[in-house]
Design a binder for this molecule. Structure first.
Ligand code: UD1
Length: 352
């Protein structure tokens, strides 16, 4: 395959670049080297033979040049994380939605019809829960008063009783709870519209909490694994928000890279105009508190502190059902939580 990999210098993108190159594919990376992820002095560490173009996906001319001779696009370029405040909103929408629109328009002109899109579990919002009385329910945003009082579990929206968190399936309706999440939902809709209009084929990989070597160090845009990893490296205790019982699925970046390769391979056999989403999770559910403890233990650092702090944009539990990816694309996660975290506790972060 001849693949254009946007965001290929980033944490997940560079793991994909390495995996694609190792499988013998020709890879061209387009990456803006955003300063938040590539601080001054950051070294670009792409495998031999991978072509690199520095440029922004919002720049149509650069994208057009990057698409020459390409058969498939793996679109990883994005601004991620919760961000600081609403002043970040134009950048999220610009990078994630305008950037995707520019890319899709250029792909239509260049008649490139295969797209793997980096999606996110954030599109599901609070995820899926079961009420003993009312069955499957979708709780609304948690109330500030509840969070301040330490009531972190979302109650049943119908009877107010406690809920049991479930695994989220791909057909669950999107329910974005923050600007980043909204930008990822819009990105999927744009890709779906493009597939219908141009006869393209899309696979969206909705990543769970990705971690592993090369993760950006702690910034307001970094995921919790890198924040805890950086704390351990500084000899500080990881600071766990809420009561530490938030459930997530931490999936290793090597497994995510493999999922991208499987998706790119599968696209060629799909009908024109198809659009299909896949959750990408390890299938092992862990709490944020457990993850903090595993990292602190493996890194020989101080044990985690549970602070009771909360962030309004956070959801309580979100865990994927990744059966579809296993069954349809024959993907298997290889890195177990215990091994991945033990390794990650000592792995270099980007920007260190
Ligand atoms: C994360 C990613 C999101 C990605 C999604 C995939 C970030 C910021 N978020 O969302 O981009 O699409 O996974 O599902 O990269 N926490 C602490 N202490 C801290 C920071 C966070 O306890 O110092 C807690 C938060 O309150 C939250 C949990 O850790 O409950 C996860 O936080 P985080 O990784 O930021 O966000 P996700 O919602 O999992």
């Amino acid at each position: 395959m001849d693949v254009l990999l946007t965001g290929g210098a980033g944490f997940i993108g560079s793991a994909i670049a390495a995996r694609l190159a190792a499988a013998g594919h020709r890879v061209r990376v387009l990456d803006a080297l955003l300063p938040a992820v590539h601080p001054a002095g950051g070294v670009l560490n792409l495998p031999d033979g991978v072509e690199f173009i520095r440029g922004d996906v919002r720049d149509g001319e650069t994208v057009e040049r990057a698409l020459r001779g390409v058969t498939a696009v793996c679109h990883q370029a994005a601004m991620v994380g919760l961000g600081l405040d609403l002043d970040d909103a134009p950048d999220y929408v610009g990078c994630n939605d305008l950037g995707t629109a520019v890319l899709l328009a250029a792909m239509a002109r260049a008649k490139v019809t295969e797209l793997v899109l980096a999606g996110s579990m954030v599109v599901y919002g609070e995820g899926s829960y079961r009420c003993a009385e009312h069955g499957t329910v979708a709780p609304g945003p948690r109330r500030t008063a509840d969070l301040s009082a330490g009531r972190f579990e979302p109650p049943c929206p119908r009877c107010g009783e406690p809920l049991e968190p479930c695994l989220v399936e791909e057909d669950t309706a999107p329910d974005p709870r923050n600007v980043y999440a909204a930008s990822k939902v819009a990105q999927e809709h744009l890709a779906s519209a493009w597939a219908r209009a141009s006869g393209g084929r899309v696979i969206v990989l909705r990543y769970h909490n990705v971690y592993g070597p090369g993760m950006p160090r702690d910034t307001p845009y970094a995921g919790v694994a890198s924040i805890f990893r950086s704390a351990v490296a500084r000899g500080e205790a990881p600071r766990v928000f809420e009561d530490g019982g938030q459930r997530r699925d931490f999936v290793h970046v090597a497994d995510v890279a493999e999922a991208n390769l499987a998706a790119l391979r599968a696209l060629a056999g799909r009908e024109p105009g198809t659009f299909r989403c896949y959750n990408v999770g390890s299938g092992q559910v862990h709490t944020v508190g457990e993850m903090a403890a595993a990292l602190a233990l493996a890194g020989g650092g101080r044990p985690p502190v549970v602070t009771g702090q909360y962030r309004l944009g956070d959801v309580r539990h979100i865990t994927a059902d990744s059966r579809r990816l296993r069954e349809e694309l024959a993907w298997r996660p290889e890195v177990a939580f215990e091994d991945g975290m033990a390794d990650f506790a000592h792995a270099p972060l980007r920007g260190e």
